[in-house]
Design a protein around this ligand. Structure first.
Ligand SMILES: C[S@@+](CC[C@H](N)C(=O)[O-])C[C@H]1O[C@@H](n2cnc3c(N)ncnc32)[C@H](O)[C@@H]1O
Length: 287
């Protein structure tokens, strides 16, 4: 653990100012037990900007960061990006059940479009996992107009997601057969490269879930995955994001949250379905 000189350490007031900045921009709530992490990240920015102490950095954010570029740099450093392929396998089995129903219903109506959004996609393991599942479940994926949107607030991890290159840790929960069929292993770098067939299904975009203008434009999704993202928000910012998700979903569409997350305190707009031990949120058709 790095130790800080006293003048480098954020005072409680400075921590408060920075956490407010982060909250208003992103909805992410940095509690006071995150002081060490914040110090660490702010020190990195201070070094890169050749500054000497946090007060100088805060002044810079307040008065000179007209475009918000520096706040974005800070956000890139404070987001938690932990993820891996086939995370929460049983929940994905629940997704497959819902997917089969949606596909069957659509085919009856001669509708061969399927739209999925991975909101808070981190380095891409989640949307690529969904791409693999679609490829496995749809009889002939080429007959379908698949839109698989993957978005995140962190620009650094998005550029890693677009490359689709992973270390062995990322595929540790991936069934061997899928590793064989959907990745190319490079022994020199000990990395796994997602196949182009899956890579080309996913469109990455920079999107802040707290940006109401851009969120309003999201429409017509059959499935939204927002797993392990809203845990970093407070109830107000969660509610705002979930209201946008509601508008972005088609009737009969589904939302999947992380296994420790729930909408219980936030909204009763969705029908709650329990599939194995997982809760799935469904947007019911108005009657
Ligand atoms: C822990 S990762 C979860 C990744 C994946 N969904 C999963 O469950 O494995 C959380 C991601 O949410 C993103 N995130 C946090 N706040 C966000 C916001 N306001 N808008 C968009 N993405 C955000 C972070 O950058 C991070 O990549």
């Amino acid at each position: 653990m790095k130790t800080f000189k006293e003048e480098e350490y954020l005072s409680p007031e400075e921590f408060e100012i920075l956490s407010n900045f982060i909250y208003h921009k992103s909805g992410i709530k940095m509690e006071s037990n995150k002081t060490y992490i914040m110090n660490n990240r702010v020190q990195k920015r201070i070094r890169e900007l050749n500054m000497s102490k946090p007060s100088e950095y805060i002044r810079y954010l307040r008065f000179s960061d007209k475009t918000g570029k520096e706040l974005q740099e800070l956000l890139n450093l404070v987001t938690v990006n932990e993820t891996f392929f086939f995370r929460d396998f049983q929940q994905l089995e629940a997704f497959v059940e819902c997917l089969r129903d949606v596909v069957e219903r659509k085919m009856k109506n001669d509708d061969y479009s399927i739209r999925i959004w991975s909101a808070g996609c981190s380095t891409g393991e989640e949307p690529y996992t969904l791409g693999i599942i679609l490829n496995e479940i749809l009889d002939d994926i080429k007959k379908w107009n698949v839109v698989l949107t993957a978005s995140d607030i962190d620009q650094v991890i998005l550029s890693r997601a677009e490359k689709g290159v992973y270390d062995p840790r990322s595929v540790k929960e991936t069934p061997e057969e899928y590793v064989k069929n959907y990745f190319h292993y490079d022994p020199d770098s000990n990395t796994y490269h997602i196949n182009n067939e899956i890579k080309n299904l996913v469109r990455f975009e920079h999107l802040n879930l707290n940006d109401k203008e851009k969120m309003r434009m999201k429409r017509n999704y059959d499935f939204i995955f927002c797993r392990n993202v809203l845990i970093y928000f407070d109830d107000d910012s969660r509610r705002r994001a979930v209201e946008h998700f509601y508008s972005a979903l088609n009737y009969n569409g589904f939302i999947f949250l992380g296994s420790s997350e729930s909408m219980g305190r936030i909204t009763s707009a969705f029908r709650l379905i329990r599939l194995n031990k997982y809760l799935v949120y469904n947007k019911e058709q108005d009657v």
